[in-house]
Write a protein that binds this ligand. Structure first.
Ligand code: AQP
Length: 338
């Protein structure tokens, strides 16, 4: 794909830190496809392997999940001819710009990040510097490409806002360098909650496999997990304060069927939670089935995926290098003689 100066630019990423969930799909990947189809943006979609090592990963599994994540992107309908799709560690400028941006990011700002607080509480034995400075690397991911919009779930809004602050700070010191990005968050699907603890976000690294629906879970597993979803002692399917479990299931059902909350309430009026949970499971499994079929085809031809990754990384690296050179010049690094 050709990067056009006349179009706005979109960047987004997912960490290959587990099996992707319907939270990742509804909060991020599904929206990427809509943005691609409009044809009005330059779109870059990355597999953020460097972010994922802020929490310990099994190396062989990380390699496998990196490729699997790219296969999910393509199987979700993202066209490698229309988007720049690559692995973060294949483009060294991400790490290089992250170092520079670390020097323009304040300790106090990083300390306020809720993801850092949550993840350090979950990983008390490994509160590493990378976990703390994660938002500076994310700012580098975004700012390298002159990104205008960052489609993410609501949990990542705070990080995108910090990327904006870093861009503004840098521009104030050195003159216009970075485009100041905006988070792009859709109302439905912006936060899908855990099926086991519906006040918590659904996360792919949750140790309780019943808390999330994996994009690649089989139909039986999907239906079983929805059946076990935590709800409340009421029996009435309605969207209301204090009914976190039902509200979450209604949101998921709405995302997969396009029905409004009122339509869902009417559909299940007088029916119990059991019938509703089954309908949510079936709608989710039906919606994911074509993606899963396509995913299986792609994974049987690794060389196709590896080809996409290699070509796209070269193009991303070319774009990124231009921005990095500009930044190096602005901060005063001596250019090397060619
Ligand atoms: N539950 C969610 N609802 C809506 N959107 C979500 N996203 C993640 N979970 C939900 C969105 O998915 C994109 C990729 O997320 P990520 O992999 O970069 O990291 P994350 O936000 O930390 O996602 P997880 O699944 O919770 O990963 P782990 O368990 O590894 O920390 C982002 O746009 C995110 O908003």
């Amino acid at each position: 794909m050709e990067f056009s100066k006349d179009k706005k630019t979109i960047f987004s990423a997912v960490q290959p830190s587990g099996n992707l969930t319907i939270g990742n799909y509804l909060g991020a990947i599904k929206n990427w496809q809509t943005l691609q189809d409009g044809g009005e943006f330059n779109c870059l979609y990355c597999v953020a392997d460097m972010h994922s090592i802020t929490v310990r990963q099994d190396p062989a599994l990380l390699r496998r999940r990196t490729l699997e994540t790219m296969a999910v992107y393509v199987a979700s309908g993202l066209d490698p001819e229309k988007n720049i799709m690559f692995v973060q560690s294949h483009v060294p400028a991400h790490a290089e710009l992250a170092w520079v941006l670390n020097c323009y990011t304040m300790f106090g700002e990083l300390s306020r990040m809720t993801q850092f607080k949550d993840k350090s509480a979950k990983n008390e034995q490994n509160i590493n510097a990378g976990l703390f400075t994660y938002p500076a690397l994310m700012a580098a991911d975004i700012l390298l490409y002159g990104t205008d919009l960052v489609p993410v779930g609501i949990d990542q809004k705070q990080h995108v806002e910090l990327a904006r602050d870093i861009a503004v700070r840098f521009n104030q010191i050195y003159g216009d360098t970075f485009t100041v990005p905006e988070p792009y968050i859709l109302q439905t699907g912006k936060k899908i909650y855990s099926l086991a603890e519906p006040e918590k976000k659904m996360s792919k690294s949750d140790e309780n496999v019943n808390s999330f629906i994996g994009i690649l879970d089989s139909r039986d597993v999907i239906i079983k997990k929805f059946k076990r979803a935590v709800t409340d002692s009421d029996t009435h399917v309605c969207y209301a304060e204090g009914k976190n479990g039902i509200n979450n299931l209604m949101t998921i059902y709405s995302c997969f069927t396009g029905k409004t909350m009122e339509e869902i309430e009417r559909e299940f009026d007088g029916k119990g939670y059991g019938e509703f949970k089954l309908a949510v499971g079936e709608a989710c499994a039906d919606a994911l089935a074509p993606l899963q079929k396509q995913y299986n085809c792609l994974m049987s031809d690794r060389s196709y995926l590896e080809g996409i990754l290699s070509q796209n990384a070269d193009y991303a690296a070319y774009l990124a290098r231009k921005m990095l050179s500009k930044v190096y010049r602005k901060v005063g690094f001596l250019a090397k003689n060619k």
